[in-house]
Design a protein around this ligand. Structure first.
Ligand code: NAI
Length: 249
């Protein structure tokens, strides 16, 4: 198990869902965690949960679509902790709507939230990371970068964009010893896991629907300094769903 004690870890979209669990996992092993989200109420709830069991945590209200907010997030983190070792670009939204009806504003909103934010946060964090000996960035993409259901154009494009951006940044930042990888989650249940049906679990080759903890452990793997031979990859964590061939009868 890697030693994340006192490592400075920024998680975007950390107020709830997968981001919250990733942040709690790093805090539980002694990291200094920076929670970044635009949902201020839920942000303070997550901060409170981590503080209650003695975790080191700073929360910064941020809209990742706004360049000035991202610059402020990195500045505040640097002022508070004097370093950034790990960045998890997790904030994201989805919008399911027919491509005939999707407006340009809706398209831009998804792309700015999911994709442009990854560029902005990575660019700004890397400026601090390169002062240290090394850094690691993980971008949360999706299996929808690789496969589709109808009416998911903006989301699929944003997530496929993340996969491309990941290998581009991995090559550009290599000289500064900053590794950049993506995780593509499949179905990760962030609501009531007990309410899932048997059929939901059974359709997965792994025999179950995913949990946020599955993604947190993938982040641990990709940000472990011992795994410094791994950069530019897209790690699919989906219980095997994208490997399952389906012909309709
Ligand atoms: P969620 O909706 O529960 O959490 C997303 C978080 O991002 C929220 O706390 C929200 O406030 C924050 N956020 C959204 N827009 C923001 C903005 N402009 N600025 C700052 N914060 C913002 O979503 P979930 O399920 O936890 O997903 C997390 C990531 O994982 C997303 O990128 C999502 O696309 C990806 N993902 C999730 C899957 C799933 O099955 N849950 C599957 C594949 C990918």
């Amino acid at each position: 198990m890697a030693n994340f004690q006192d490592r400075v870890v920024i998680v975007t979209g950390a107020a709830q869902g997968i981001g919250r669990i990733i942040a709690e996992h790093y805090a539980a092993v002694g990291a200094k965690v920076v929670l970044a989200d635009y949902s201020e109420d839920k942000l303070s709830e997550t901060q409170k949960r981590i503080r209650e069991w003695g975790g080191q945590v700073l929360s910064v209200p941020v809209d990742v679509r706004k360049e000035e907010d991202v610059i402020r997030l990195i500045r505040k983190t640097d002022e508070q902790y004097g370093a950034i070792h790990i960045l998890i670009n997790n904030a994201g939204i989805s919008r399911w709507k027919s491509p005939y009806e999707l407006t340009v504003e809706e398209w831009d909103d998804v792309i700015q939230t999911n994709l442009r934010s990854v560029f902005l946060c990575s660019r700004e964090a890397a400026k601090v990371m390169r002062r240290g000996s090394r850094g690691a960035i993980v971008n949360i993409a999706s299996t929808r970068a690789l496969m589709s259901e109808p009416n998911s154009e903006a989301y699929a494009a944003s997530k496929a964009g993340i996969v491309g951006l990941t290998h581009a940044l991995a090559v550009s930042f290599a000289g500064d010893k900053i590794r950049v990888n993506a995780v593509s989650p499949g179905w990760i249940e962030t609501g009531d896991y007990e309410a899932l049906r048997l059929a939901d679990h059974k359709q997965h080759p792994a025999g179950r629907v995913g949990k946020p903890e599955d993604i947190a452990r993938a982040c641990f793997y990709l940000t472990d300094p011992d795994n410094d031979f791994v950069t530019g990859i897209n790690l699919v964590v989906d219980g095997g769903m994208t490997r399952k061939m389906i012909y309709e009868e």
